[in-house]
Design a protein around this ligand. Structure first.
Ligand code: GLV
Ligand code: MG
Length: 290
């Protein structure tokens, strides 16, 4: 499974030491993760390891063994069940010492999972806790347990609920992340064989403004990539808006707001269009020829 991971089309891969590892395997798993990082060619995949949370006895050794063992190929550490800004600061300080002691030239980034009621209450301070923070992630399975929701599957739609039971949570995490310039990522969808339900649920966080979603299985990757990539029509339209806006503002008319087809565009339209262009370009899209 690890050897296949780099070729599956995901932008990032994380290797887990936390909840998918049995308690009896926690310590041996560290060496396996280090070996996998060293032995495989990860190409340009962003590479991350999820360590155990600070309320266990494993976190500090997870971080030391993995960062020292994996060397500079490791891009990020993911910290689960983050509940306070201090927990992010603690990881930052530990990473700083490990990097100094080992003469590492590059700084490892931090991804923080919000998946408890306390983490959600403190998410704004958490997102501002360290310059190493790159990404904030919602963890629906642990969150459902923490909030005592009467569900047995994390991260799926609940038909009995008239709306989206996570809407507030999604929005609160998104705002805290955006206010601090972080990437905001939705967590796992556990019904791995139901790709249609995955598509529906992924669309929700995509529409709110999230940057991506976890995949638990190779089959989930194309669905998630498709939803988080603009369509060709959106991509082309974004370019057309940028062109029309540039002509209006910089041309002899010096207009700040003009008609584009049957709608008005202005500076805010330029910002919205730019997001589509950068997102699509990063995914390798090209503007259609006229
Ligand atoms: C992920 O870690 C989750 O709890 O959903
Ligand atoms: Mg979790």
């Amino acid at each position: 499974m690890l050897a296949k991971a780099p070729g599956l089309g995901a932008d990032m891969v994380f290797l887990d030491l936390e909840d998918s590892v049995s308690p009896l395997e926690k310590e041996p798993a560290r060496a396996k993760v280090v070996q996998a990082i060293r032995d495989h060619d990860w190409g340009d995949t962003v590479l991350c390891v999820r360590v155990n949370s600070w309320d266990t006895e494993f976190t500090y050794r997870d971080v030391i063994e993995v960062v020292e063992g994996a060397g500079e190929r490791l891009d990020e550490i993911m910290l689960p069940k983050v509940e306070t800004a201090a927990q992010v600061v603690a990881l930052d300080l530990l990473l700083t010492q490990i990097e100094k002691a080992n003469g590492h030239g590059r700084r490892i980034g931090i991804e923080a999972q919000i998946e408890t009621a306390r983490g959600l209450i403190n998410v704004e301070e958490i997102c501002a806790a360290s310059t190493r923070l790159e990404t904030i992630i919602f963890g629906p399975a642990d969150f459902a347990a923490s909030a005592e929701m009467p569900v047995l599957t994390g991260g799926v739609q609940i038909p009995e609920y008239p709306g989206d039971h996570f809407h507030y949570v999604f929005s609160k995490i998104l705002m805290a992340g955006r206010a601090n310039g972080l990437q905001v990522i939705d967590g796992p969808f556990l019904k791995i064989r139901d790709l249609e339900a995955l598509r529906d649920y992924t669309m929700r966080t995509r529409i709110l403004g999230y940057d991506g979603k976890w995949s638990l299985h190779p089959d989930q990757i194309p669905v998630i990539n498709e939803i988080f990539t603009p369509t060709q029509e959106q991509f082309d339209r974004a370019f057309d808006i940028l062109d029309a806006y540039e002509r209006a503002t910089m041309g002899s008319e010096r207009k700040g707001a003009v008609m584009f087809g049957d709608e008005m565009i202005d500076e805010a339209s330029r910002k919205m269009a730019t997001k589509f262009v950068t997102r699509g370009s990063r995914a390798g899209m090209k503007r259609s020829a006229d």
